[in-house]
Design a protein around this ligand. Structure first.
Ligand code: ADP
Ligand code: MG
Length: 627
């Protein structure tokens, strides 16, 4: 070790990560190559982008290349790029001391399932570099930053907790990653193996990947063999691309290992010309579970990558979509600020949104099973569109699937189907929200609708009740939550005879006085079998909304909206209590009965009973009496 060599320790989380990588990831080791090549490609894209206004940094070298060098004698495999390179600080930060946000997530994810972990996931957590230690017991990184005449920097580690760093001359700009292969992984020195891995994982990398086998005599005139096809799929026409190529490309840009659920590929002509190649993933992308979601497709301007994720091109409610947009009408050196308010991007975005919604519609129609799975995983995100995309609201609404009391639990219904099945006389679309089907399907609120054979959508996703109201109406039919005070028509009142009302007046007042927690007590005709039900004021939150807000910690103290207690004047329990009231308004029996009645209403809407002990005692007594 020379004097200038510095020994440093990996950050704790990285130590754990490295331990895991070296001790428990044995399958699919070949993905290390994909990760290192993707880093090399990123590095080249960076210098190419920077050089658009920093010509000097290029040092006259624009021959973008990723080189794989096999040295059988030393047992090393080297990945060499002429990308942007790294400074001393960058090496220390990127390869040792900064534990990226992904590190911990990755560790959490694999905890307790070592051995079963899919190494393919590594790249999704931004820790791809370390996959080198799956096959190497020593890794050396030699790098020199673009435009810096000073020495390069050499980083060495055996992946055991420490690394050393020292200055070292390097003639060319860029980075060499030298892998000292483990005894068990020497097969990665076979060129046929390298060739097939590149074809499998990195065929579409846009820079040439060339292979050099040291010791093999080669005609100096002979050109380097390029291993990847470098095909920019999106530039080709649909008929020239096979499904397999789409699948491979999707895997490459998404880090997913499945096939896409849907491919969207077209060229737009007209005011602006641009090519679009987008994918709808088959299941929720991994990063969505960890919060580090990058929105938007890659943006290319005539094959030059401008940005990995162009947010301006995709509204957040379609953030699960991955892919590429290549536009010929943007200047190459476009800055991020200019992108923000560029009318061309605005037009592309509109077009892209339209085609994604159309693709989803097609999928729903022609591949219902696939769509069902898509909707189960990404439907909640899609629904945000009702709130944020006023223009496309109807189209988003057409894509929604619901449960209803008429469907069986595993079946769904669309709004369109709902509307066309509405019986004569029904003018609104009814819905009721709750946490689960079991909880809402026997709600007293459904009784009158069931008796009239009117269907009611059961909203079981908490986001429904927050997004559906933005739709207001669908095909001219208003949407209406049935757990609300009925203010529009006095349905309840009209059907309840004046005579009934007057016979209950005193009792209703008494209930109001005794049940301070409710804002009002009313007679209703909406109930058939149940004695009482709680409803919300039309503007306030519903019971399930309140429970949801509480659960996610967004509920504010004292914000609870008061409920209205509606009572069924024909129910024997209600009649009995009223008689009791007329006999003796201050009897303890009456008081117990009223409290139990209210508790039943709470239970029916899925809420908790306040005085559980008292409730249980009252019920036990009642049961005993009945036996
Ligand atoms: P990610 O690529 O997701 O950022 P990695 O673990 O693969 O995560 O790489 C970590 C970082 O190390 C990269 O973000 C980059 O800054 C740096 N890096 C890795 N390889 C290279 C390379 N060949 N050239 C320049 N920088 C690199
Ligand atoms: Mg990487």
């Amino acid at each position: 070790m020379t004097e200038s060599t510095k020994k440093m320790e990996f950050k704790t989380e990285l130590k754990q990560l490295l331990y895991l990588i070296t001790h428990s990831l044995y399958s699919n080791k070949e993905i290390f190559l994909r990760e290192l090549i993707s880093n090399a490609g990123d590095a080249i894209n960076k210098i190419r982008f920077d050089s658009l206004d920093q010509q000097d940094d290029l040092e006259g070298n624009k021959d973008w290349k990723i080189k794989i060098i096999i040295n059988k004698e030393l047992g090393t495999l080297t990945l060499s790029d002429n990308g942007i390179g790294m400074s001393r600080e960058a090496v220390i930060e990127n390869l040792g001391t900064i534990a990226r946000s992904g590190t911990k997530n990755f560790l959490d994810r694999v905890k307790g399932q070592e051995g079963k972990t899919k190494p393919e996931l590594i790249g999704q957590f931004g820790v791809g570099f370390y996959s080198a230690f799956m096959v190497a017991d020593k890794v050396e990184v030699l790098s020199r930053m673009a435009g810096k005449a000073e020495d390069g920097i050499c980083w060495i580690s055996d992946g055991q907790g420490e690394f050393t760093i020292e200055s070292k001359p390097k003639a060319e700009r860029g980075t060499d990653v030298i892998l000292y292969l483990k005894e068990t992984d020497k097969d990665f020195l076979e060129s046929f193996k390298i060739r097939s891995i590149i074809r499998k994982f990195s065929d579409f990398i846009e820079h040439p990947i060339v292979l050099e086998v040291l010791g093999e005599t080669k005609d100096p005139e002979e050109k380097d063999e390029v291993l990847n096809s470098q095909k920019a799929l999106w530039l080709r026409s649909k008929s020239e691309v096979t499904q397999e190529e789409y699948d491979t490309f999707y895997r490459q840009i998404s880090n997913d290992f499945q096939e896409p659920a849907k491919v969207i590929h077209y060229t737009a002509e007209g005011m602006n010309e641009f090519k679009v190649l987008l994918f709808i993933p088959p299941s929720l992308p991994m990063e969505f579970q960890f919060g580090d979601v990058k929105i938007g497709p890659r943006l290319y301007v005539q094959r030059v990558l401008i940005m990995d994720n162009c947010e301006q091109l995709l509204p957040s409610y379609l953030r699960f979509v991955k892919g590429v947009v290549d536009c010929a009408d943007l200047p190459l050196n476009i800055s991020r600020e200019i992108l923000q308010q560029n009318p061309v991007l605005e037009r592309i975005r509109k077009d892209v949104v339209g085609s994604i919604l159309k693709a989803l519609k097609d999928m729903k129609k022609s591949e219902p099973e696939k769509y069902l799975k898509f909707f189960a995983e990404m439907g909640s995100i899609l629904k945000e569109g009702l709130r944020v995309d006023f223009e496309n609201r109807e189209k988003v609404a057409d894509l929604l699937l619901f449960n209803s009391w008429k469907t069986s639990a595993d079946k769904t219904i669309t709004l369109e189907e709902y509307v066309s099945a509405m019986p004569e006389g029904q003018t609104e679309i009814y819905y009721l929200a709750g946490e689960s089907r079991a909880q809402v399907e026997f709600s007293p609120l459904l009784e009158s609708y069931k008796s009239k054979q009117q269907d009611v959508l059961l909203l079981l996703d908490p986001i429904d009740e927050f997004s559906l109201p933005y739709l207001q109406d669908y095909k001219g039919k208003k949407l209406k939550g049935i757990d609300r005070v009925d203010s529009s028509k006095s349905d309840s009142d009209a059907e309840i005879l004046e005579a009934t009302k007057s016979r209950f007046a005193g009792f209703v007042e008494h209930l109001k006085a005794k049940l301070g927690v409710v804002s009002d007590v009313k007679l209703t005709s909406r109930l058939k079998e149940s004695p009482v039900v709680l409803v919300s004021e039309s503007g306030g939150f519903s019971a399930s909304q309140e429970r949801f807000l509480k659960k996610i910690g967004k509920a504010q103290e004292g914000m609870e909206s008061k409920r209205v207690l509606e009572i069924n004047p024909e129910h024997s329990l209600v009649l009995k209590l009223r008689d009791l009231y007329e006999e003796k308004a201050d009897s303890p029996k009456l008081q117990a009965g009223i409290e139990t009645l209210y508790d039943l209403a709470l239970l029916a809407e899925g809420s908790k009973v306040q005085d559980l002990g008292g409730f249980m005692k009252r019920v036990q007594e009642a049961v005993l009496k009945g036996l």
